[in-house]
Design a protein around this ligand. Structure first.
Ligand code: NAD
Ligand code: IPM
Ligand code: MN
Length: 356
């Protein structure tokens, strides 16, 4: 029987609650389709700091590298906000991305017809939205040196090398070829040197993709255009910090940040995680939406394990659950028939897979 080793990193806050639901869904779908998944759990984030004094022990990196794919929940929490940078939960995640060479973060944004009324945006604006944010993940201002805060003056540095821009641009153009053949590269080239290099390099890569229409947009305009007319976008190609911000903004078209999955690729192993964080304001209450994580597990099956049938079954089950009106509280403002907990939502999705 086909079998795969999955590194599981539950993390902090709602991380364990949502990853548990995803694993239970994977159990049902793998049995149904006929393959085996084995899991090894690793520590990262605040929980790792508490247990072993570092937000990412070496064995988390080694175990992830040795796996067929990594399934991750979320890290962070108020408790660890004032730690020195190297000890913060977020540093663990950034180190893992860097060590695994995950320079491309793909964040698809689609609107479920069933949830069109759940969004804070108007139905006629968001109906049919289907875009992909291709976010550079291991460079830019997140990683640039020098960086410093001496209490009187603080600075970070936004750095991109040409080769970093070339490789993320290729991911965006390759993605566009499989979708709507449009790339909108988002930068701040009217102000930043690094964006001028970004723009020139993206133009060069575009020459290899004559079928793809390339446009450029300044990030402030892009933030506005995303809520004015999101259907104009197919693939949004952008750097680390702009992609972080624009993808949270874009998530509200779908109705909740609890719906958006992501895959991080570029190295030998892919990492799959929801785009949201550890939601400390609702952690432990059993009300977090597990769908972003379950969809991340589906992306893992599709893109890292090539178990396309199983991924399709998960996606369909989620659609059916939403169609029948099941909603976690983040989506329950409008048209909820049944307001359910994290585990009840997982249970409904599993039942739909079993019945399929
Ligand atoms: P957040 O994404 O954790 O939460 C923002 C808001 O969205 C909160 O009101 C939260 O309750 C809600 N939310 C998020 N996910 C949800 C879900 N699945 N279901 C229902 N509601 C959900 O962002 P934040 O509050 O700015 O950050 C909290 C912590 O998470 C910080 O420590 C931050 O660094 C960390 N964080 C981690 C990741 C990650 O692990 N990849 C991503 C973003 C933020
Ligand atoms: C995300 C998060 C992370 C990021 C933080 C927690 C480091 O916001 O995955 O979107 O900024 O990349
Ligand atoms: Mn983010």
């Amino acid at each position: 029987m086909r079998s795969y080793n999955i590194a599981v990193i539950k993390g902090d806050g709602i991380g364990p609650e949502i990853v548990d639901e995803a694993i239970k869904v994977l159990a049902v779908v793998s049995k149904k389709v006929g393959f085996e998944l084995s899991y090894k759990e690793y520590l990262m984030g605040g929980c790792a700091y508490e247990a072993v004094g570092t937000p990412i022990p070496d064995e988390t990196i080694e175990g992830s590298r040795a796996s067929d794919a990594v399934l991750f929940g979320s890290i962070g929490g108020y408790k660890w906000d004032d730690l020195p940078r190297e000890l913060k939960p977020e540093s663990g995640l950034l180190k893992l991305r860097k060590e695994l060479g995950l320079f491309a973060n793909l964040r698809p944004v689609a609107v479920f017809d069933e949830l069109i009324e759940a969004s804070s945006m108007k139905p006629e604006v968001i109906e049919g939205v289907d875009l992909l944010v291709v976010r550079e993940l291991t460079g830019g201002i997140y990683f640039g040196e020098p960086r410093e805060n001496d209490g009187q003056k603080a600075y970070n540095t936004m750095v991109y090398t040409k080769s970093e821009i070339q490789r993320i641009a290729k991911v965006a153009f390759d993605s566009a070829m499989k979708r709507g053949k449009k790339v909108c590269s988002v930068d701040k080239a009217n102000v930043l040197e690094v964006s001028r290099l970004w723009r020139a390099t993206v133009e060069e890569i575009a020459l290899d993709y004559p079928e793809v229409e390339l446009t450029h947009m300044f990030v402030d305009n892009a933030a506005m255009q995303l809520v004015r007319d999101p259907r104009q976008f197919d693939v949004i190609l952008t750097g680390n910090i702009f992609g972080d911000i624009l993808s949270d903004e874009a998530s509200m078209m779908s109705g909740s940040i609890g719906l958006l999955p992501s895959s991080s690729v570029g190295g030998t192993v892919g990492l799959y995680e929801p785009i949201h964080g550890s939601a400390p304001d609702i952690a432990g209450q059993g009300i977090a939406n597990p769908i972003a994580t379950i969809l991340s597990a589906s992306m893992m099956l599709r893109y890292s394990l090539d178990e396309v049938k199983a991924a399709d079954m998960i996606d369909r089950a989620i659609k059916e659950a939403l169609h029948e009106g099941y909603r976690t509280p983040d989506l329950a403002k409008y048209h909820a028939k049944v307001v359910c907990s994290t585990s009840e939502m997982g249970e409904v999705i599993r039942r739909k897979i079993e019945e399929a």
